[in-house]
Write a protein that binds this ligand. Structure first.
Ligand SMILES: *Cc1c(COP(=O)(O)O)cnc(C)c1O
Length: 394
């Protein structure tokens, strides 16, 4: 494939299966595949990444999804999984074991934090959490047994930025692999591998599939690392269903258009909220007032569809706003066609304790707004009305 093509073209052309006439891909909804001979069976059963042996090892629909995302992220190899958490857990368990140490950001997806703080210690894996805005803090946290550095930028839900090039550089000097969660940015806005990161992952559930009907994940990067992760994957079994893989491929074709629309709308909402007297603080990397706006401009091509804000009035007022809004639904998730709002402290109360939430810097009254594809005019009008209702009970 011509990887010099622009991202928009790659998204549409990269899954043309070599030699097959299908314009839309078929779904390979089978678990076992037949082998023609004893030799074929033996070869397939011992192959790395066989596509036609037994679905836990691979599947042609899954392989197509991996091919498109590898092309748009600029990766050598990819492994699709049953969920974003499946991709993260499988990657961590492949690269780290008892007696090892991980350095990760303090502000990360709630499930990732819970994996590192609750599950990993039971397996003898220690984690140090650092402030992602302080590159030197990553360096200070390193130990001789550090085996992985985990990043997420923009961070969720505070939209803080990690300097990918700086952290990847200090990790590479010491031979420590880096893993970046690129779910919030999407490959349209940011390609961490271009900045020296070793592995990038997505919750395909979010913008990549984009229609809130798929649960899937993917990890991408150097093929030696991805092959190693695949070995663990065949044992953990977080396997993507072919139907979800096919829906994700369908969603991917419009990724560039959807993300560009969301970039524009999110920035417009952020500006509107910043000027609103009821709003105390707005977090969005596209705002010139964002403390890391220059860094965001250096490593991102667009600033994404996610923003968060704090009202003057705390969590009760935030809940009144969520109840008053009519266009976005109150729901977890992001990157879909429908706008979704949530109070992260309420969403992550299941996975994280109050102290863990406070440590992750998530204020109880913070509202997260995941922009969909509705018109900017309708979303702003709804926010205007919702804010008035939250403060004046109208
Ligand atoms: C949703 C999400 C995940 C987890 O993905 P699932 O597909 O729900 O398992 C990981 N990281 C980020 C940033 C997310 O938004």
């Amino acid at each position: 494939m011509d990887t010099a093509m622009t991202l928009e073209t790659l998204l549409v052309h990269a899954d043309a299966d070599d030699g097959e006439p299908d314009i839309a891909p078929p779904i390979h909804q089978t678990v076992p595949f037949a082998s023609a001979s004893a030799e074929d069976f033996e070869e397939l059963s011992s192959a790395t990444r066989a596509q036609r042996f037994y679905r836990r090892y691979g599947n042609p629909t899954q392989a197509r999804l991996e091919k498109v995302l590898a092309a748009v992220e600029g990766a050598e190899a990819a492994l699709a999984t049953a969920s974003g958490m499946g991709a993260i857990s499988t990657t961590v368990l492949s690269l780290v074991g008892a007696g090892d140490h991980i350095v990760a950001q303090r502000s990360m997806y709630g499930g990732t934090l819970s994996l590192l703080q609750d599950l990993a210690p039971r397996l003898g894996i220690e984690t140090t959490l650092v402030d992602q805005t302080d590159t030197a803090a990553f360096e200070r946290a390193l130990r001789p047994n550090t085996k992985l550095i985990m990043l997420e930028t923009p961070g969720n839900p505070l939209l803080q930025i990690t300097d990918l090039e700086a952290v990847a550089g200090l990790a590479r000097d010491r031979g420590i692999p880096t893993l970046a969660d690129n779910t919030v940015a999407t490959p349209v806005n940011q390609r961490p591998l271009d900045h020296g990161v070793d592995l990038v992952m997505h919750s395909v559930t979010k913008a990549v599939s984009g229609h809130s009907d798929v649960l899937a994940g993917i990890v991408l990067g150097r093929s030696d690392l991805v092959d190693r992760i695949w070995q663990t994957h065949t044992l953990i079994g977080s396997v993507i269903s072919p139907h979800d893989g096919w829906l994700a491929l369908r969603g991917l074709r419009t990724l560039a258009m959807r993300v560009e629309h969301q970039n524009r709308t999110a920035l417009a909402l952020a500006r509107f909220l910043e000027d609103h007297p009821a709003v105390a603080k707005v977090n969005h990397p596209g705002l010139p007032g964002h403390p890391q706006h220059d860094l965001a401009k250096r490593q991102m091509r667009g600033f994404g569809g996610l923003l968060s804000f704090e009202l003057r009035g705390g969590s009760d007022t935030a809940e009144r706003l969520l109840a008053a809004l009519r266009v976005p639904a109150r729901s977890a998730s992001l990157g879909g066609v429908r706008s979704l709002v949530v109070r992260p402290a309420a969403m992550w109360g299941q996975e994280l304790t109050e102290e863990q939430l406070a440590e992750a810097g998530v204020p109880p009254g913070l509202v997260r707004f995941a922009v969909g594809l509705e018109s900017e005019t309708d979303l702003i009008a709804d926010l205007e009305r919702g804010l008035a209702a939250a403060f004046h009970g109208r």
